[in-house]
Design a protein around this ligand. Structure first.
Ligand SMILES: C[S@@+](CC[C@H](N)C(=O)[O-])C[C@H]1O[C@@H](n2cnc3c(N)ncnc32)[C@H](O)[C@@H]1O
Length: 218
């Protein structure tokens, strides 16, 4: 199954990230282990367990009381009540031989830096969802200076903030993609797999146009 063929209520798909994740899995293959930081209800981990055949590693600072998903037990490696941003946890996750790590834990402007500080150099591919996100007047937005700092630190940024309802099966539902921006950090020299997303790439020159209506300047 492809990520972008989702028919279930999947927040990542609603954000438009399926386009990105299908390219990623096309590159890594599906016979891999992966890790996502932040389990919560477990929806994403369940989704990943349908997409890859290897182990799904999850870390959450809280306990499992809100977990409602059904990830196959024999492939779900969980660390509940565990802080994800420590050298010990990085070492533990490395031990599970994961091809990529997604950070879907707290979304605030500084979280990508914490992810960068602890995880860069230890994994081939890192993905920060909603990179540089903040809330202004009760609405999601992306802070421009955070994106610029991330670019300066080697992150590649892709925006999915356009056409919010285009890929929704139920067009009556509204879902804001205002903060649907992904940061990718890879150690590969030639990231050919990501080339089809060039039209979504955010640079310092096009940032105002690319992050549709939700950029804030600080
Ligand atoms: C957005 S939810 C994750 C949702 C989940 N990925 C999904 O799609 O169903 C964020 C989760 O990250 C956890 N979290 C926040 N800060 C964390 C940290 N420093 N270390 C580990 N987990 C953290 C929270 O407890 C929360 O359950």
């Amino acid at each position: 199954m492809k990520f972008n063929e989702a028919v279930i209520d999947d927040p990542k798909w609603k954000r438009g990230y399926g386009e990105f994740y299908d390219l990623l899995l096309g590159y890594t293959g599906t016979d891999i282990n992966m890790c996502e930081l932040g389990i919560g209800g477990g929806g994403s981990h369940e989704r990943w367990s349908q997409l890859v055949t290897g182990n799904i590693v999850g870390v959450d600072i809280k306990d499992s009381s809100v977990y409602v998903a059904s990830v196959p037990d024999n492939r779900f490696i969980t660390y509940w009540e565990t802080e994800a941003f420590t050298p010990e946890m990085v070492k533990t996750i490395k031990g599970h031989d994961v091809r990529f790590v997604i950070d879907d834990s707290k979304h605030n402007t500084l979280r990508w830096k914490q992810f960068h500080e602890h995880y860069v150099g230890h994994f081939p591919i890192l993905i920060k969802e909603e990179i540089g996100r903040n809330i202004a007047n009760g609405t999601e937005c992306i802070e421009q200076n955070q994106i610029i700092q991330a670019i300066d630190n080697g992150w590649t940024i892709y925006s999915f903030t356009d056409d919010p309802l285009d890929k929704m099966s139920d067009k009556s539902e509204t879902f804001s993609r205002r903060a649907s921006v992904i940061g990718v950090y890879t150690s590969a020299i030639n990231d050919f797999w990501i080339d089809p997303l060039e039209h979504r790439r955010v640079t310092k020159d096009n940032i105002d146009n690319m992050i549709d209506g939700s950029i804030i300047k600080k």
